[in-house]
Design a protein around this ligand. Structure first.
Ligand code: PM9
Length: 489
């Protein structure tokens, strides 16, 4: 009989404590226990304001029914984004005090370079102020007018930089990714037939790279499998095409591979992250997500010549190549955050919290994207507001209604975010019309998730009373950030 007091590490690996929400994962082979807790203690708190429905209605009217235009002090639980909203650890804050604020050659740059190389395995680092800074540089360096860039679903800033550089984005994600009800566990996978068709149609010379994201944000934080990634590598190698990896949530993707993909259960998150990166040629990173910082990003490359060009270009748009728009203290916090992001207990609790909220909504019959993804729960606005046509912005209206109901801020991820076709000027009509409840890392407790679930369920029950919106102001680029709306009668 096993001595309870002498469990081996091996036993711990086989039967770790599971977040309660994992019973929903059909493929999970792990045991569950009744409750679980965050792997941290809270050392400092930020007070949040409670508001009345009347105050919230006024705030929403003033914000033009766009949650991006609300003042954050009017928000009770802020699930707008997981970007730059993480709580840093005491070690990261201690690192901030070690900022070497030199213009050139800051010690913190070298620490960041080392953390990036050791954690992700890429050779060369170009720091940038955030992810889109890296997207700007790589798009300008690799894309020529008339090129096509296949990828596993568009992301707003990524596609815009590709278009501004003269390219056209082509979606080659598998069909399941566009179906909120599909339970496919790797909805981030690239459809190899679609990718091959794009290569045959345009020729490899017009494809500067495949844009491959881990996890896929606009699909609901859905992961790509290691098997699919290997196959994409094989195909692109045959045609001599690069893979540029949007590694914004790579550790979250690695966690799903460990949980869901056969043969990976005993691997560490760190080793899976390394393996994912090893199948790609370079990466853009918004460190504001996985890497647990409030600001920062980078471009990572393996090709020296390309790195030299990027290092030269970064001085034009971001700053010297040893700071790229960041303070020394920001780079130090990032280097520590990168290492913390691949810790199993951290990721287990992070994704466990997202699943906890997702499970509550599934139990209540609220239509959401299945399976629950890495960084948030995505409400299926077209299924919830069946009476609101896509041209009346159902997800935008639902996000506004949720805020007015309880002060919970979410983000539209539907027709407003999809924007217009760069060539025809016509609206894109995405199949997914979603509201994202994005969970910041290490910020909220399960009690906050309970309140969010109650509010979403309440709004769901009152859904017939929610009308659509009309857009009364539309900015030219990335309209979701600043567009304004009015309610339709
Ligand atoms: N993502 C998000 O809320 C920030 C605002 S929405 C544009 O999800 C991916 C997959 C992202 C991402 C930002 C960026 C850009 C690139 N790729 O915001 O420039 O999710 O650091 O990164 C947001 P930056």
């Amino acid at each position: 009989m096993t001595n309870y007091l002498s469990f081996t590490d091996d036993h711990h690996l086989k039967y770790p404590f599971r977040p309660i929400a994992f019973h929903a994962l059909k493929t999970s082979t792990m045991k569950t226990r009744k409750s679980w807790a965050e792997p941290y203690k809270i050392k400092m708190v930020e007070l949040i304001k409670m508001t009345s429905p009347r105050q919230r209605l006024k705030a929403m009217q003033a914000a033009g029914y766009n949650t991006f235009l609300l003042k954050s002090e009017d928000v009770y639980i802020d699930l707008l984004t997981d970007s730059g909203t993480s709580a840093m650890s005491d070690r990261q804050w201690a690192g901030m005090m070690l900022g070497d604020e030199a213009y050139a050659g800051s010690r913190n740059f070298y620490n960041l370079e080392k953390a990036m190389q050791e954690t992700y395995g890429y050779k060369y680092l170009v720091p940038t102020h955030q992810g889109r800074g890296a997207e700007h540089i790589i798009s300008k360096l690799l894309i020529k007018k008339g090129d096509v860039v296949p990828g596993n679903m568009y992301f707003t800033t990524t596609r815009l930089h590709q278009e501004l550089a003269g390219g056209t984005f082509v979606d080659v994600i598998n069909d399941e990714a566009h179906d909120p009800k599909s339970e496919f566990l790797f909805k981030g996978n690239i459809d190899l037939k679609k990718l091959e068709a794009v290569i045959n149609k345009y020729g490899a010379k017009r494809i500067p790279y495949v844009s491959m994201a881990t996890t896929v944000n606009m699909a609901g934080g859905q992961p790509i499998s290691m098997e699919n990634l290997k196959a994409v590598r094989k195909l692109t190698r045959k045609h001599n095409i690069r893979i540029i990896h949007d590694m914004t949530r790579v550790a979250e993707n690695a966690y799903f591979i460990k949980e869901r993909e056969k043969g990976y259960a005993n691997r560490t998150i760190a080793s899976l992250v390394q393996e994912i990166c090893s199948y790609t040629d370079g990466a853009t990173m918004s460190a504001k997500k996985d890497a647990l910082v409030n600001i920062g990003g980078f471009l990572a490359l393996n090709d020296w010549d390309l790195f030299e060009e990027a290092r030269n270009m970064v001085v034009i748009y971001e700053g010297l190549h040893t700071y790229g728009g960041l303070a020394g203290r920001d780079m130090e916090a990032m280097s520590i955050g990168i290492r913390e992001s691949v810790d199993y207990d951290h990721m287990h609790a992070r994704i466990g919290q997202v699943l906890y909220l997702g499970d509550k909504l599934i139990e209540a019959g609220v239509p959401i994207v299945h399976p629950v993804g890495s960084h948030g729960v995505f409400l299926d606005a077209s299924a919830i507001l069946k009476h609101v046509p896509q041209d009346h912005f159902p997800a935008q209206a639902l996000a506004a209604a949720l805020y007015i109901n309880s002060g919970v801020r979410s983000m539209e991820r539907g027709i407003v975010s999809a924007g217009r076709d760069a060539k025809t000027g016509k609206n894109h009509y995405p199949k997914l019309e979603l509201v994202r409840l994005t969970i910041p890392r290490r910020v909220y407790t399960q009690a906050h998730m309970d309140v969010v679930a109650e509010s979403v369920i309440d709004v769901f029950e009152k859904r017939k009373k929610i009308n659509g919106l009309k857009m009364v102001y539309e900015p030219k680029y990335l309209r979701f950030f600043q567009a304004r709306f009015e309610p339709l009668k």
